[in-house]
Design a protein. Structure first.
Length: 113
């Protein structure tokens, strides 16, 4: 199972499952297309790693894709469920975990067991 290190904070270490379109690609595209939204996303992910989940319900609802309406697209939900199922199956089989990080990132404090 391949994971990408997103942020290593005081409370949590955030990883993204490398499957299909990568988080790195999504963030690069977001930085190119909407620098303000990219900065806001990085700030929120940093807050999540440092302090845990926000109590504000709307804080992380739009993470990862652009919503055009109030309803989450079925395809996005299907991809999320597929990734969750893959992750759970890999954990049950005790598959080895490879962690990818940027050159600027330190080795993470916490590694999934």
């Amino acid at each position: 199972m391949d994971l990408r290190l997103i942020n290593d904070g005081v409370r949590f270490t955030l990883y993204a499952l490398e499957m299909g379109e990568s988080v790195a690609d999504m963030m690069k595209n977001l930085e190119r297309d909407n620098a303000d939204e990219h900065a806001r996303m990085l700030r929120r992910l940093g807050q999540l790693a440092e302090r845990g989940a926000s109590r504000r319900k709307d804080e992380f609802n739009a993470c990862g894709f652009h919503k055009q309406s109030r309803k989450t697209p079925r395809q996005v939900v299907a991809v999320a469920r597929e990734r969750k199922k893959y992750y759970e199956t890999a954990r049950e089989r005790d598959e080895p975990i490879r962690i990818f990080k940027d050159a600027s990132q330190k080795q993470p404090q916490r590694v999934p067991q």
